[in-house]
Design a binder for this molecule. Structure first.
Ligand SMILES: NC(=O)c1ccc[n+]([C@@H]2O[C@H](COP(=O)([O-])OP(=O)(O)OC[C@H]3O[C@@H](n4cnc5c(N)ncnc54)[C@H](O)[C@@H]3O)[C@@H](O)[C@H]2O)c1
Length: 338
């Protein structure tokens, strides 16, 4: 398949992409690929819910069986945006079929399952697999990373992260808040600092009355090998908007992300801006740039610059340590990388 992709690129044929999962994220990826990504064509969409698959597929083929999409000879490469619990089996099937995969985070819900994916696909398979830690493509996070590299605010000493959403999805738990949401910070903090997370702790206080069935908010600390301490507030039911903050504090200054706003309303003695309702508008640039980088690399035969399967396992190991701390009264837990 990889040879076919290179041959197609040589004659200018777009990369034929199949998208598995046509929920919020899969439909968004299909739309972004279709409208904003050069050199790609969505040729198939699969979802167990046929109606969703058909809507997201538009003129492309719609499947209810992910394996039928993977086996479709008109699919060169696969985006997996189905439920977390089926990522592992779909990644393994697509890689075994020799098709490059961009799998949404997390690789699998647990560390053990994530490690098992690596074992099943082997070293050659790993080269086909990229992971959707899209914050690595967000222009704000890229500016922070460059500033850290250049010591613009001196040597970093603290990183403060805030991740708030409007409301948690059905069935959310304290643990899925870690493996599904905070996992982005477990990837982006060591990526920013170029230093792995070695130790974590978890704590929580008053639970929001609006949070059903989970501890929300939660507060996590991460210690990286360079000694920097990072805080992570994860608050899925913050109610008022989708907010991502990151402030890097250095010895001579501090630098933060800003909310990417396009307009300011001034009326009746107030000045105001809107918050995004969810991650799609907030990270639209990041998703587009990530998909473009993936398509470009597959068409040129270069390794993808996206997060790797190993990055997925590394973040899963941090998540597992945080959950261990949660279940052990918040004690400090060392991160054990497999
Ligand atoms: N990178 C990010 O910022 C980001 C943001 C949100 C979600 N995600 C991830 O993207 C994935 C999808 O999230 P979502 O919010 O779109 O969820 P969603 O529930 O809206 O969509 C998931 C879809 O997958 C389908 N599905 C379930 N099992 C399937 C199977 N075996 N085969 C085919 N389709 C199947 C469901 O019917 C549903 O339509 C999740 O893994 C989530 O963690 C990533």
């Amino acid at each position: 398949v990889v040879d076919l992709i290179e041959a197609a690129a040589a004659v200018g044929r777009p990369l034929h992409v199949g998208v598995i999962g046509a929920g919020i994220m899969g439909a968004d990826h299909a739309n972004t690929l279709r409208r904003f990504v050069r050199g790609a064509e969505v040729t198939a969409v699969a979802d167990v819910d046929r109606a969703r698959a058909e809507v997201a597929a538009a003129d492309a083929r719609a499947y209810t069986d992910a394996n039928a999409l993977i086996d479709d000879p008109d699919v060169d490469a696969v985006v997996i945006a189905s439920h977390d619990s089926v990522h592992a089996e779909q990644v393994v099937a697509a890689v075994r079929a020799g098709k490059p995969v961009l799998c949404e985070k997390p690789l699998a819900p647990t560390l053990a399952e994530s490690v098992q994916v690596l074992e099943e696909i082997g070293g050659a398979g790993e080269e086909l697999l990229s992971l959707g830690f899209m914050r690595r493509f967000d222009p704000g996070y890229l500016a922070l990373r460059r500033a850290i590299d250049e010591r613009v605010v001196g040597t970093p000493v603290l990183v403060h992260n805030v991740s708030r959403g409007v409301s948690s999805g059905h069935g959310a738990t304290s643990e899925s808040s870690i493996t599904g949401s905070a996992i982005h910070e477990f990837d982006v903090v060591p990526w920013l600092l170029r230093s792995p997370v070695v130790e974590v702790s978890w704590t929580a206080g008053r639970r929001s009355a609006l949070a059903e069935g989970l501890q929300d908010p939660q507060l996590i600390t991460l210690r990286t090998a360079d000694g920097v301490l990072s805080t992570v507030e994860t608050f899925l039911n913050a109610g008022y908007g989708y907010v991502i903050r990151c402030e890097v504090v250095g010895e001579t200054g501090a630098m933060s992300l800003t909310e990417p706003v396009r307009s300011i309303l001034e009326t009746e003695g107030r000045r105001s801006t809107d918050y995004a309702a969810d991650w799609r508008p907030r990270f639209a640039d990041a998703y587009r740039l990530e998909l473009q980088a993936w398509v470009d690399s597959l068409r040129s035969g270069a390794p993808t610059p996206l997060a790797t399967a190993r990055d997925g396992v590394t973040a899963a190991a941090v998540a597992e340590a945080v959950i261990t701390s949660m279940h052990a009264g918040g004690r400090v837990v060392k991160v054990e990388q497999p």
